[in-house]
Design a protein around this ligand. Structure first.
Ligand code: SF4
Length: 285
């Protein structure tokens, strides 16, 4: 199997130069290598929200569910609960996962649901042509903030660490090899895994040159990925400010029982005679 076997033939409508192309290549290559390692293609499920990012489900020949804005993690959680054998990968934009959907994002991490969240962090609403998002920098001038945003950005990595995510990483679409490895490790991780992907929006907020200059790999720092305080220290090293070094790689990686392991105790709903996840959970009360 090679990366082209995952093509769908659907016309790609991302803008030329969009960082999403690098993310797409890294994800497809990760899937190819995971299949080589024994994972089954039929066990992958992609779930998206709404936004430029969401088109990714059209471009990869895998099972997928196109959900609502800010609601990526709700169906992802349900799919995983209904069949814990599946590898569920949720894709969301920064406006999607950290704006309207922030409660779902925090609680999926808090539960340690065994799903992966890939954040297409372009720090702008691209599909709606350039409004500021929760990760836009203070002073950002866009369609909805012509005088400059007065708000501080949310630090996505710090937020996920504080919320209980057991795997937290950051990659950059200009470093596809590193990003592919992060995706593989996130998908293999048992529990909630989060990958913040710095994905320049070529049309409305082109941050490519900044990331090329400032990103560095945590592997060069001999960082202990099981040390929460150290992970937080590196997370706080950069909060979307210009002129600072940007850590990438794995911040945190620890094993804890997942939500599904604790709730389902080895059962699989596809083998149970129940009509829905809620029926199943009620039957256990
Ligand atoms: Fe990519 Fe930005 Fe174009 Fe959307 S608007 S496809 S994020 S370059």
């Amino acid at each position: 199997m090679n990366i082209n076997d995952l093509n769908t033939g659907v016309e790609n409508t991302w803008c030329p130069g969009c960082g999403n192309f690098g993310l797409l290549t890294a994800f497809k290559q990760a899937v190819v290598e995971l299949v080589d390692e024994g994972f089954k293609l039929k066990d992958f499920v992609m779930v998206s929200g709404i936004g430029c990012h969401a088109k990714i489900v059209d471009y990869v020949k895998l099972n997928s569910f196109y959900s609502l804005h800010g609601r990526t993690l709700s169906p992802a959680t349900g799919i995983k609960l209904a069949n814990p054998d599946l590898k569920v990968v949720a894709f969301a934009g920064d406006g999607d996962a950290l704006g309207e959907g922030i409660a779902h994002t925090i609680f999926a991490a808090k539960r340690n649901s065994d799903i992966t969240l890939v954040l297409h962090d372009n720090r702008i609403y691209g599909l709606t042509t350039g409004q500021f998002t929760p990760t836009s920098p203070k002073g950002f001038k866009g369609r909805s903030t012509p005088q400059g945003s007065v708000e501080e950005p949310l630090n996505a990595v710090e937020l996920m660490l504080a919320s209980g995510a057991t795997f937290v990483a950051r990659g950059f679409t200009g470093n596809i090899l590193q990003l592919k490895e992060l995706f593989k490790q996130a998908i293999k991780h048992n529990g909630f895994s989060f990958v913040d992907v710095l994905q320049p929006c070529f049309t409305f907020y082109n941050t490519l040159a900044v990331y090329q200059k400032d990103c560095y790999d945590l592997l060069d720092k001999n960082h202990d990925v099981t040390d929460f305080d150290d992970a937080m220290r590196f997370a706080r090293e950069w909060n979307y400010e210009d002129g600072k070094k940007i850590p990438t790689g794995i911040f945190y990686d620890v094993e804890k029982p997942s939500f599904e392991e604790q709730e389902l105790k080895g059962k699989n709903l596809k083998d149970e005679k129940v009509a829905s996840v809620s029926d199943f959970l009620k039957s256990r009360m």
